[in-house]
Design a protein around this ligand. Structure first.
Ligand code: 1QQ
Length: 374
């Protein structure tokens, strides 16, 4: 009798384990991969990097919870510097053996890290690199960031119409790939719209005093200033311009699309016009869910950089699933074939050059926040 009970218990256990394991066993093994991130964690521009890594980490948790792919994330700090971005890329490629890299944050950094990843056959995807020539680095280089060449014409076009702008002053950072590229586009657009450029003024990263440039601009009485700057310099420029009595509209590029501009310039940020693929108050369930989750996790609203990074992580992991294996070359091909991904930024496809085509929204800073420009 005792033996029968024991036998019954053993059979029941085996049966239970069999049924239980059968039910629990995933249909196929998850694809395991290491993905590298190069971001500005410390130094100037760290607010861009913080938004980007926050967006990626939110997507990482969601994707890993689903279990079809299991991603091990390696985040490296570039401090916004070319040499550090390059060293980070080398470490991720050679020591960490990542299947792909997200980042770096600045176009300037991508100009150093991109060629390294491309030569090593590692897909690299910028989520905020908006200068000309990024994906032309090579066929392993991608971006889901809206280029200046699409953002600036939209912002300038609407500003010119609304304010009847005829004469403009151009102001830009001459030592950064993004600010230089934004300036080139501003100049081109001004030419196309037959605006008179009364002066072109330059500055450098980290500059604290813009009196010389702003005095010159003020004396020439432009109808608007087109300014290509990152938020550190851009916020200070706005504050100093308004203090000096330069009240005309400012139009900026992607660098201004950060709440940091409002934090630095305060009231002087009012009236700044930008174009962006991201608007967090869109009446779209996907956008609402993302904003709510992000706010819960980080205690602040996601900006453009968080949203682009969040979508980028999904684009890469979806491509990984489609590739079926954590192989760099196969992932590259699968990424390049991305079509109609539905993200928080809307419908996304890469074009033939691994670049993005999107319809930007023009926003203005009003009442201390970004609102639709109309
Ligand atoms: C670039 C940019 C910056 C604003 C990224 C934060 O667009 O460097 O291309």
């Amino acid at each position: 009798m005792k033996r029968n009970v024991r036998l019954f218990a053993v059979v029941a256990c085996v049966l239970f384990a069999f049924v239980f394991m059968g039910a629990e066993k995933p249909k196929s093994e998850p694809i395991q991969a290491k993905i590298g991130v190069i971001s500005i964690i410390t130094g100037q521009g760290a607010a861009y990097g913080e938004a980007i890594t926050n967006g990626i980490k939110l997507a990482l948790d969601e994707v890993n919870a689903k279990g079809e792919v299991l991603i091990d994330l390696k985040v490296e700090d570039s401090s916004g510097k070319q040499e550090q971005a390059l060293a980070a890329a080398q470490k991720l490629i050679n020591s960490e053996k990542v299947v792909a890299i997200i980042g770096p944050t600045l176009s300037n950094e991508m100009m150093a890290a991109g060629p390294e990843a491309n030569a090593s056959g590692v897909p690299i995807m910028g989520t905020s690199t908006t200068a000309k020539g990024i994906t032309q680095i090579g066929k392993f280089v991608f971006r889901n960031a809206l280029p200046e060449s699409q953002a600036i014409p939209a912002a300038v076009g609407q500003a010119v119409q609304k304010y009847n702008i005829k004469k403009v002053a151009l102001l830009y950072g001459n030592d950064d790939a993004f600010t230089k590229s934004g300036f080139d586009t501003m100049k081109e657009v001004a030419g196309k719209l037959k605006l008179e450029i009364v002066t072109i003024q330059e500055f450098q990263k980290g500059q604290a005093d813009y009196k010389a440039q702003l005095t010159k601009i003020t004396s020439l009485k432009p109808d608007a200033v087109f300014c290509s700057a990152l938020y550190n310099e851009g916020g200070v420029i706005l504050a100093q311009a308004r203090k000096m009595g330069l009240k005309v509209p400012f139009v900026g590029g992607n660098g201004f699309n950060s709440p940091k501009v409002i934090e630095i310039a305060k009231d002087a940020a009012e009236g700044l016009i930008v174009a962006t693929p991201w608007f967090g108050e869109k009446n779209d369930p996907k956008v609402k869910a993302f904003v709510a989750k992000y706010e819960k996790a980080y205690g602040k609203k996601p900006d453009q950089f968080a949203a682009q990074a969040y979508d980028a992580f999904y684009i890469i992991t979806n491509a990984l699933k489609a590739a079926g294996t954590a192989d760099r070359a196969k992932l590259r091909d699968s990424l390049a074939a991305t079509k109609n991904f539905q993200g928080v930024l809307g419908n996304f496809s890469f074009d033939a050059e691994r670049d993005v085509v999107m319809e930007p929204i023009v926003l203005v800073i009003k009442g201390g926040k970004f609102q639709i420009f109309q």
